[in-house]
Design a protein around this ligand. Structure first.
Ligand SMILES: [Zn+2]
Length: 198
């Protein structure tokens, strides 16, 4: 996130999660706690409510924006968001592991379970009035940080994110459960070094 947590009071036009939005010169500069930084032109903004109609499409669009920091959504490029190829579970899992390794880069670092807990107040819904906003006074990094991992792993919700961590990455032996959290195993570090991400 580029700004202090209390600045994330608007709803991201792509994923509905908390975002900082600045409007100027016919476009919106957006920093979403989930999708990251991107720009949206006025014309594309008018079209967006009719696009991305399923949770899966929204999750893939958020993943795409995270992968393409600073992307400009315009009439010419809006189709990129609609046509993101579904990702394999393996790719989603290894990208999540890779980002956890960037956030916790030292051997034996403790990854707190709270980082993977998406607060229910953030359930994605685009069926809300467009002027509906979040209360900045309630925003904290602890609340907002897990939202980034939704986009990184192209997860629609906390259940998918938790499955990737608690089932996929643990059963592969890449993460080890500790009290109230996890650590990356030797096999996990080997997988990170061998992955294309590095
Ligand atoms: Zn977003």
């Amino acid at each position: 996130m580029k700004f202090a947590p209390e600045k994330y009071t608007k709803r991201c036009p792509v994923c509905s999660l908390p975002a900082w939005i600045d409007c100027q010169g016919g476009s919106y500069d957006i920093d979403c706690a989930c999708c990251g930084s991107f720009r949206l032109t006025d014309m594309a903004a008018a079209l967006l409510p009719g696009k991305l109609n399923t949770g899966r499409e929204v999750a893939l669009a958020s993943w795409f924006l995270r992968q393409n920091e600073g992307f400009i959504i315009s009439l010419e490029t809006i189709s990129f968001l609609e046509n993101v190829h579904p990702l394999s579970v393996a790719k989603r899992g290894i990208e999540l592991l890779f980002v956890l390794a960037l956030m916790f880069p030292d051997p034996g670092n403790f990854i707190p379970h709270t980082l993977l807990q998406v607060n229910p107040i953030f359930l994605r819904t685009r069926n809300v009035p467009r002027n509906d906003i979040y209360s900045g006074g309630n925003m904290t990094s602890k609340l907002l940080d897990p939202l980034k991992l939704l986009a990184i792993s192209a997860s629609q919700n906390e259940q998918e994110l938790n499955w990737l961590v608690q089932v996929y990455l643990q059963e592969l032996g890449y993460l080890r459960q500790k009290t109230d959290g996890y650590e990356i195993t030797i096999d996990g570090w080997k997988a990170i070094e061998a992955s294309d991400c590095s």
